[in-house]
Each structure stands twice: as C-alpha cells, then as structure tokens.
Design a protein around this ligand. Structure first.
Ligand code: F6P
Length: 358
C-alpha cells in the first residue's frame, strides 16, 4: 500500500493533468494499492491541510484537459520560512500534515520556485518526487518541461495571425511572448512563425540595430514582425543593477518592454507600430499532442520511482532520455538560452536579427 500526496504549485500550464494521470494510472496498473491525497491550490493545501481523497476515477478523462484539477497558487520560496499572518510556521505545518496522513511520498508538479520548496522539504526529511512543468522551459536539469511545446504552438499561431494583417497594412508588429526571465518560448515561437527580429533577455538589444533591421525590411517587404520576450532588455538597461532596473520599470510610463520599443521604433522609423500581447492564453487550453505524450511519460517514470522507493528526484529529460535528477541539482538554478547556442547561430544565419549587431 502506498499513500501519495500530490500537489501542483506556481503558474499553471498545459499537461499538468496529463502528468498526474500518468502517475496515477501507472501506480494503479501496477497493482499497488494506492491512496491519493490531492492537496488543493499548491503548497497552500499542504500547509493548511486542505486536501481531497482521490481515486483512479478522478484521473480519468483528463489527459486532454488544460489547467489543473487540484488548483494552484504561488507560495513564494523567499517567504516560506516566515510565519503566516497567524504566526503559523509553514514548513513545520507541511511536515505535520505529511506525517499526520502517514504519507509515503509527495508528488510535486511545478517550476523553479516550486522546486526550491520541494528541495527544502526533502532536506527536512520528507520523501519527494517532482515533475517539471512550465511554459518557460527554464528549469535546470531537464532539456524540456511540459507546457512549453503547447505554449510555443499558441504563441506561434498568434504571430502567424499577426503576419497577414501586418503585411496588409505595411506595419511593424511587436508580439510580446511570455517566458519570465528567459527566451526559450520567444526564440522557438519566433523562429516557427518566421519573425524578422527576436529579442530575448539573454541577448540585450541595441535600439539602433532594431531600427536598422526595420529600415532594411522597409525597402522590400514594408512590414516587420518582432517577437519580444516579456523579459527582453536593452544594452543600457542590462548595465543597471537589479535594484536600479526594478526602479526604472516601476517608474516607466510603459506597461511593458514592448510598448517602450514600439514608441521608440515608430519615432525613429516613422512607421506605424502595433503591439499584441497574447498573455495568459499561452498557458491555457488543451495540451498539444507532444505535451500529452511527454507528460504521460514523465508521470509514469515518477510512479516507477515511487514503486521502487527512490525519492528526492525530479523526473526530467536529457539527451532524448527520461532521467531522474537529484533535487539538490535542480533547485535554485535557471536554464537560460546561451547567446552562443547553435539554435541562435542558425537563426542568425537565417537572417533573423537579435538586436545585438552580431
Ligand atoms: O512562469 C510562467 C509564467 O506564465 C511566466 O511566463 C510569466 O512571466 C508568469 O508566469 C506570469 O505569472 P502570473 O500568472 O502570476 O501573472
């Protein structure tokens, strides 16, 4: 008999349900008797003992369903050791609920912040197995996270739609893509949709280079598509300290980097510029087939680890293999796009401008 606690934490994404289904189906199929405790709204449910007993039936029919049947919330790691508003020690409360329910293990699905807390719980002696979710694909220790390919599809479709209207009106269009501090999503959606300029946080841009690229396109095509990561940053801003940059953003009259760019490009080129922000649509709806398969495989492997009693790992994907990665290697690190990566070089060879003049 295995008693499993399960939770989804942080921003949601496609295929969270597919991954949980993969875990439970594999456990049930392998004839272990299982009790599943689903904690609601992420770590909040574990802290306050808010859970639902689940059976195999709850995981039936959810392979294609977006969101998470358990609900989620953000419980920032930096305040996890601080008492809550009623003085409750959150870490001790999570441990208390784990032991009270006599759990064999926790299955935790999440991104960067989630993994820091998962690793803390491991250090505190709890059995933990994690699964890598995020549309940002910024989790260290895995080449791919589930949710990412679905988000690439949505962002690509958005830029595809923008292409036709940009061409009709001879306009410059900026599409702002999610991705938090990294550029994986923008790079992939931008290349998939034939963007002319791709701006990502890892490669700070020079506005002069962008203007030159727009002017060059004006001679032949009259329209330009710019895929901008929400975390894109100019060369000057990249020189500021974290604190100075945060202040600059706070005081900025623009809602995001795209609007600042739009203003500058229209003033410097005289061309009409429009901004489109697909925002949270990139995290919504059904997982794409790739993510359904990928999340099911990861979930199945997580169940395998549980059956073998191997804990303290994230199930990830490295060099085309499903692998187990020690949590201490994952927690607290970010997987960024290297400016020297082959894919970046190839994109540049295709003529895509990254705003760095290289
Ligand atoms: O981490 C996923 C993500 O969608 C990021 O791409 C984005 O910056 C952030 O979450 C948005 O967070 P929230 O849903 O809290 O607005």
């Amino acid at each position: 008999m295995k008693r499993i606690g399960m939770l989804t934490s942080g921003g949601d994404c496609q295929a969270l349900n597919a991954a949980m289904r993969g875990v439970v189906k594999t456990l049930v199929h392998n004839e272990e008797e299982v009790e599943i405790y689903g904690f609601l709204d992420g770590y909040r449910g574990l802290i306050y003992g808010d859970y639902r007993m689940l059976t195999g039936k709850d995981f039936s029919g959810i392979l294609t369903k977006g969101g998470t049947i358990l609900g989620t919330s953000r419980t920032p790691f930096k305040t996890i050791k601080d008492p809550d508003e009623n003085g409750l020690n959150k870490v001790e409360a999570m441990k208390h609920n784990y032991y009270k329910l006599n759990l064999d293990c926790l299955v935790i699905l999440g991104g960067n912040g989630t993994h820091k807390t998962a690793n803390l719980l491991r250090e505190e002696g709890l059995n933990v197995v994690t699964l890598p979710k995020t549309i940002d694909n910024d989790l260290y220790g895995t080449d791919m996270t589930f949710g990412f390919q679905s988000a690439v599809d949505i962002a690509t479709n958005c830029i595809d739609c923008i292409h036709t209207t940009a061409a009709s009106h001879s306009r410059v269009f900026i599409v702002e893509v999610m991705g938090h501090k990294v550029g994986w999503l923008t790079l992939n959606a931008g290349m998939a949709s034939g963007a002319d300029i791709i701006l990502i946080p890892e490669i700070p841009y020079d506005i002069k280079e962008i203007v030159a690229a727009v002017e060059k396109r004006k001679k032949n095509s009259h329209f330009t598509i710019i895929a901008v990561a929400e975390g894109a940053i100019s060369k000057e801003d990249a020189k500021l300290s974290k604190k100075e940059y945060a202040k600059k953003l706070k005081d900025s009259p623009y809602p995001s980097v795209s609007y600042e760019l739009a203003d500058k490009i229209s003033k410097l080129t005289g061309q009409e510029v429009r901004v489109t922000v697909p925002g949270h649509t990139q995290r919504g709806g059904s997982p794409c087939p790739y993510d359904r398969v990928f999340a099911s495989r990861l979930g199945s492997e997580a169940a395998n680890l549980i059956l073998k009693g191997e804990y303290g790992f994230m199930v990830g994907y490295k060099d085309r293999e499903i692998v187990k990665v020690p949590l201490e290697e994952v927690a607290g690190k970010l997987k960024c796009v290297s400016p020297d990566a082959r894919i970046v070089k190839e994109a540049k060879m295709l003529g895509i401008c990254f705003g760095d003049g290289k």
